[in-house]
Design a protein around this ligand. Structure first.
Ligand code: PBG
Length: 323
């Protein structure tokens, strides 16, 4: 009897839907970002990122424990230093804010994997991701600072470093520096295809890293480019990246799928601040079902090919998944 083929047969109830579901989420998929600031007992909610906070080291440790207890394997740390300067010296200060946070978390919550964002923009007075000469970010001098930063994170006890600056050659420079200091076992997750995106707006409130002049289009990728992402990823793999990241995620699912298809390395995707803020804002207005939209967004990122999802929703999603 027409039609013989009825796909709806496999959608008749939750059990059969569970059995044929191609992509399911788990807390194992997530990395939760934490923002560390100076002071004691500080916990300031970020205006444009409800549910996310700038926290002093003592509070970040408590937060890290909560993340661990939810079954999320890893956090990624961002620092807001007390003082910023031209060369971002807080980034590679052995007593810097992120270095202190790494030590405290590894000491108090040893079961949690600690990744660090390696970049200069949170530490420079001008808010750019490197050394400025004649109004532009200079590539090669920046590599030296990024290498110092990565080594200092490793020395503080980080489990993995994640350079997010988009300078050319930085993965190799960091690999050589780490190996030279005895950290040849420490993996690098490179923000390989990082686009110059307006979706980072809320993060720049959170990290206080708005560029004081110009923008990041001379180093981050043009949103119109798809093939170029494959070139960036190929270069980072050649230079020694262990995991490659696409950022943002929701509006770059094609890029995630391309990279999944073309390379064997684990692929990470960063569900960025603006993507989080949009869902939170629409939910607050009562216009969408926050929990369902969140899970649908995260499922789509995984379905596109991401093995690892960096997301401000990690805790909410772990809870929704029954953690
Ligand atoms: C640092 C960095 C940024 C983000 C992660 N690392 C900001 C930027 O490049 O301007 C954005 C994360 C987010 O929006 O959630 N370079």
């Amino acid at each position: 009897m027409f039609p013989y083929s009825r796909p709806r047969r496999l959608r008749q109830g939750e059990n059969i839907r569970r059995m044929v579901r191609e992509t399911s989420l788990s807390p194992d998929d997530f990395v939760y970002p934490l923002f560390v600031t100076f002071g004691r007992n500080v916990r300031k909610e970020i205006r444009s990122m409800p549910g996310c906070y700038q926290e002093s080291v003592d509070r970040v440790v408590k937060h890290a424990r909560e993340v661990h207890n939810l079954g999320i394997p890893a956090v990624i740390l961002f620092g807001i230093p007390e003082h910023k300067d031209e060369t971002g010296s807080g980034a590679y200060d052995p007593h810097g804010i992120v270095q202190k946070a790494i030590k405290a978390i590894k000491d108090k919550v040893p079961g949690l994997y600690v990744i660090t964002d390696v970049c200069m923009c949170e530490y420079t007075s001008h808010g750019h991701c490197g050394v400025i000469e004649k109004g532009d970010v200079k590539n090669d001098p920046t590599l030296e600072l990024l290498s110092l930063e990565a080594v200092s994170h490793a020395q503080a006890g980080a489990d993995m470093v994640a350079p997010s600056d988009m300078m050319d050659g930085r993965v190799e420079a960091i690999r050589i520096a780490l190996d030279g200091e005895g950290f040849s076992e420490l993996p690098i997750m490179s923000y390989a295809a990082k686009y110059a995106s307006a979706f980072y707006g809320p993060f720049r409130d959170a990290a206080e890293s708005v560029p004081q002049f110009g923008d990041r289009r001379s180093y981050q990728m043009d949103p119109g480019n798809r093939r170029e992402a494959l070139k960036e990823v190929a270069l980072d793999i050649e230079e020694g990246a262990d995991i490659v990241m696409v950022k943002p995620a929701m509006t770059y699912l094609d890029i995630i799928a391309d990279i999944r298809e073309n390379f064997a390395l684990p692929v990470a995707a960063y569900n960025v601040s603006g993507e989080y803020a949009m869902v939170k804002a629409a939910a607050k207005m009562g216009w969408i079902d926050e929990k369902r939209v969140m899970l649908e967004v995260l499922t789509s990122i995984k379905r596109a090919g991401a093995d690892i999802i960096l997301t401000y929703f990690a805790k909410d999603a772990a809870k929704a998944l029954g953690a």
